[in-house]
Design a protein around this ligand. Sequence first.
Ligand code: GRF
Length: 202
Amino acid sequence: MSHKKVAILISGGGSNMVSLLESMTGDHPARPCLVLSNNADAGGLAKAAAAGVATAVVDHRPFNGDREAFEAELVKPIFEAGADIVCLAGFMRVLTAGFVSQFEGRMLNIHPSLLPKYKGLHTHARALEAGDAEHGCTVHEVTPRLDDGPVLGQARVPVLPGDTPDTLAARVLVQEHKLYPAVLRRFAAGDKTPVQLAWRLS
Ligand code: GRF
């Protein structure tokens, strides 16, 4: 069985990346081929290396805001690894249309809100400010418009009395770690039927 190769892009601790790595075993149709970061101090790099996955770093800072030049370097390790699918997992650089077009239909992202609500940053604080009773996360295909592509899965959480952005973020992260692997397994098998996860007290 030839497995789809998955490159995962991170900027930080990489807890979503770890949940993806741990899921790609047995009869899963994909295997990780690379964990790539724009931040050499990203805690997730050591976790990926410990799991035996190749890692690479392309620091965006030396490019002084020249995104095209940064991205011209960023694509190299992805192509060299022969990635079929690219997963953005806490990757905090906004990508240009030129970069996205090279991976059209095979690049995914996880976003901590129930899109199309709260595109961009500070999603948990915004959900609290709005008085929402429900919140969650979304995995979507990446298209040139930020946090806008076709939804491949959503997971919901209740907003509880006394919640702060941190307590809400922690509850959403539990669902992220279930949703992203579930979506990737389907997507790698060629199935784009959206995954829906409800909140279950474990
Ligand atoms: C997650 O909440 C993800 O939705 C957001 O950034 C956070 C990254 O967490 N884009 P981690 O690095 O995967 O732990």
